[in-house]
Design a protein around this ligand. Structure first.
Ligand code: SF4
Length: 722
């Protein structure tokens, strides 16, 4: 009989419980762990391919040192000690010559721990951490801290109305999708705001096929209806908000008719959806990547969404938008504390690249959010996580690599990041990485970005290590299923190995990451082992704690008019801006590029740029796709399966055409994250050929003025036969 071992999947954000089916020490299968106290057996298509990922012949299993020209993809195997010694001594020399800020770090999404990288970089002395934060969830977090001092995930299971806004949960958040189905079964209403007729739209009580990039106009329209028809929570607004009168004026122009003109919706859709949201309380609005990637509108949409949650009376009520941690989960040492942000001096913080242009998402904004948070007990509301809400701007950091201005950035480390696929303006990113004196990568596979590295370190899969996973009301031990294969290590070991060589040893007292988890759990009298044995802990939530404590904002109230935004010269009330590359924003350009383009929609089982090398994943998605409506395709003389060229003023890529009426006839939906690991002889695996980021600009005019998020959506394109 096959033995089973408990472990977990961390191939995207949640940490879903897995049972590994073992043949001796080899994992031969995986299935969901029904006894997992949170995920209860649910795993998605990605996790089902864990064995393929774990043993894939192209995994990086040993440290590698470049032996050919940079980018040639030629490496030789070296030992961990030799590689870490050389990297540490070169970093030390560069720090001596150019200052610690000469090191940049680019992070990926949540496959690794994150706090360990921040801790290392803070202690090293560099403020130049950057990546895709500016376009993925982190802006929403920063905005919510500024608005009501915390971040809400929504209480789907108890709600009466889910507004799924800019998120295809079945493809990107399968756990949440399961919860939405349960909520629906329990009678909750479902409103889906998405330009595509996604699976959730088919199940929805109301689907709003909105014009990409205009969501904030709809939010302002909803606010106007709620206010004018008295559908808001008057008592909450009077007692717990500042700036409501200003809001009334700000939403004045957004009648249902005006919103309909902007959004491709009808006035009736605008009105009916606002009424459904207001009439079914408690209600919750999801976070969605579709919003964060809207360039000039991203931050203000997050602001408008936060304000909707508050004035509708849904903040911190059961079934609404809970804030804060349940007791005793909040007592567990927060990852924020592990980052050691206090170690980075004010002088070094002041050198953060991009913070002059986008102060809200750099130290000036983070410090204000953090200071406001200090008035709350930290077991209630953890401080804003710098790793997610305080970053340099990738454009500024990569420009400094290329130009040496305002100072030289000569070294970079990327961990599970792949900047050539995750950042806009790929050619500039390529030029910048190619110009470095030292580029170090921690990765699973030889990616196009890793191919540019001087050293590549092998990072282990989640089943080869441990993790502490906590939500706002639970904490679970994620156990190691097997020892790391070959010479793979977890990122803690990588960073600690580098740290002790660079004089940080006293700040890394825990020899293994398991001891870090013990340290975090000590305040609740547990160890990682005990937590695993008792299968997690669950907290008891108290709602409306703001009634005793206020909100973690400068005024202690929900700041509809944000004093932090105002202090930093940002628009303090939500505003709608026409996207600069849109039919209305640039009618002349629209004549040459007559389709509205979105990119970045998720598709299973791939995750961003990952898993193009896994045959079972590739069978499901062999080629990069662009989707057009049947009428649009016919008008262009195109048919399903044609190879086409998708072009914007920024660049052009090659994709295969998919024809479907799930998209509007005025738009195109292009896959993101494409490169071709099978093309071993091609330069950087043909990273420019079908990479949607080739199409996306990151120039200031297209970016959110508050956080610098660049647009992956609401651009203009044309599609032609190759
Ligand atoms: S990839 Fe799927 S199973 Fe794995 S953590 Fe994400 S949702 Fe869970």
């Amino acid at each position: 009989m096959t033995e089973t071992r408990r472990s977990y999947c961390g191939l995207c954000h949640p940490r879903c419980g897995l049972l590994l089916e073992m043949d001796g020490e080899k994992v031969v299968g995986v299935r969901g762990d029904k006894e997992h106290p949170v995920t209860r057996g649910m795993i998605c298509q990605r996790a089902q391919l864990m064995v393929d990922h774990l043993y894939h012949p192209e995994r990086i299993n040993f440290p590698l040192k470049r032996k050919g020209e940079r980018g040639s993809g030629k490496f030789q195997r070296v030992g961990w000690d030799e590689a870490l010694d050389d990297v540490a001594s070169r970093l030390d020399a560069l720090r001596l010559r150019f200052g610690a800020e000469t090191l940049a770090f680019t992070h990926g999404t949540k496959r690794t721990y994150h706090w360990d990288e921040r801790r290392f970089n803070n202690l090293f002395g560099t403020p130049n951490i950057c990546g895709a934060n500016n376009v993925c969830m982190c802006p929403s977090q920063a905005v919510e801290y500024a608005t009501y001092g915390g971040f809400s995930w929504g209480d789907i299971l108890q709600t009466r109305c889910v507004v799924l806004w800019g998120m295809g949960a079945s493809q990107s958040k399968p756990g949440m999708f399961g919860q939405i189905m349960m909520a629906k079964k329990n009678g909750a209403r479902l409103i889906v705001v998405d330009p595509r007729r996604i699976r959730e739209a088919e199940m929805a009580d109301m689907w709003l096929p909105i014009r990409p990039g205009t969501d904030v106009a709809l939010m302002l329209g909803w606010l106007k209806i709620l206010i004018e028809e008295g559908l808001y929570d008057r008592e909450f607004v009077e007692k717990w908000t500042v700036g409501f009168e200003d809001l009334k004026k700000a939403v004045e122009p957004y009648s249902a008719e005006r919103v309909a003109e902007i959004t491709w919706l009808t006035p009736a859709q605008v009105r009916d959806s606002a009424h459904m949201y207001a009439a079914n309380r408690p209600a919750m609005i999801t976070w969605g990547f579709g919003i964060d990637k809207q360039g000039v509108n991203a931050t203000q949409a997050a602001r408008a969404r936060s304000i909707l949650r508050a004035v509708s009376g849904n903040l911190d009520v059961p079934g609404g938008e809970p804030l804060g941690f349940a007791d005793p989960i909040g007592k567990i040492l927060s990852f924020n504390k592990l980052e050691m942000n206090e170690a980075l001096s004010a002088a070094q913080r002041a050198k953060q690249l991009g913070a002059d242009e986008y102060p809200f998402f750099g130290y000036p904004g983070w410090e204000r959010n953090d200071a406001a948070n200090q008035r709350l007990p930290h077991d209630y509301m953890h401080p804003p996580w710098a790793g997610q809400t305080c970053v340099g701007h990738a454009r500024a950091v990569f420009n400094a690599m290329r130009s040496g201005k305002p100072y030289p950035v000569k070294a970079a480390i990327s961990v599970a990041s792949n900047p050539l696929l995750s950042l806009a303006d790929v050619r500039k990113t390529h030029e910048a990485l190619s110009s470095l004196d030292l580029y170090v990568v921690g990765e699973y596979y030889l990616t196009p970005s890793a191919a540019l590295a001087d050293y590549i370190f092998p990072i282990c899969t989640t089943v080869e290590t441990t993790e502490l996973w906590h939500g706002t009301d639970f904490c679970v031990a994620c156990p190691r299923g097997i020892d790391p294969l070959y010479e793979r290590r977890n990122t803690y070991d990588f960073w600690r190995g580098l740290a002790v060589r660079l004089g940080q040893k006293e700040h890394w007292p825990w020899e293994s990451v398991d001891r870090v988890w013990d340290h975090c759990l000590a305040p609740v009298g547990l160890t990682f082992q005990k937590l695993a044995e008792q299968n997690g802990i669950f907290g008891r939530r108290e709602y409306k704690r703001y009634e005793k404590l206020g909100f973690g904002t400068p005024s202690g109230k929900v700041e509809i008019r944000s004093s932090i935004f105002e202090a930093l010269g940002c628009e303090p009330l939500p505003v709608y801006r026409e996207m600069p590359m849109s039919p209305q924003g640039d009618p002349e350009l629209y004549k040459q590029y007559p389709l509205v383009l979105i990119t970045g929609s998720r598709f299973m089982p791939m995750y961003h740029s990952e898993w193009r090398q896994i045959p079972a994943a590739r069978e499901k998605r062999p080629d990069p796709l662009v989707t057009l409506h049947p009428e649009t395709a016919a008008g262009l003389g195109l048919k399903e399966g044609d190879w086409v060229r998708v072009s914007t003023p920024k660049g052009s890529v090659r994709m295969r055409l998919h024809v479907s009426d799930m998209v509007d006839s005025r738009m195109a939906d292009a896959d993101h994250g494409w490169w071709f690991p099978e093309r071993k002889d091609a330069k950087l695996f043909d990273v420019f050929e079908s990479n949607a980021n080739v199409l996306c600009p990151d120039d200031a005019e297209y970016c959110s003025p508050e956080i610098g998020g660049w647009p992956h959506t609401a651009l203009l394109c044309r599609v032609e036969k190759e």
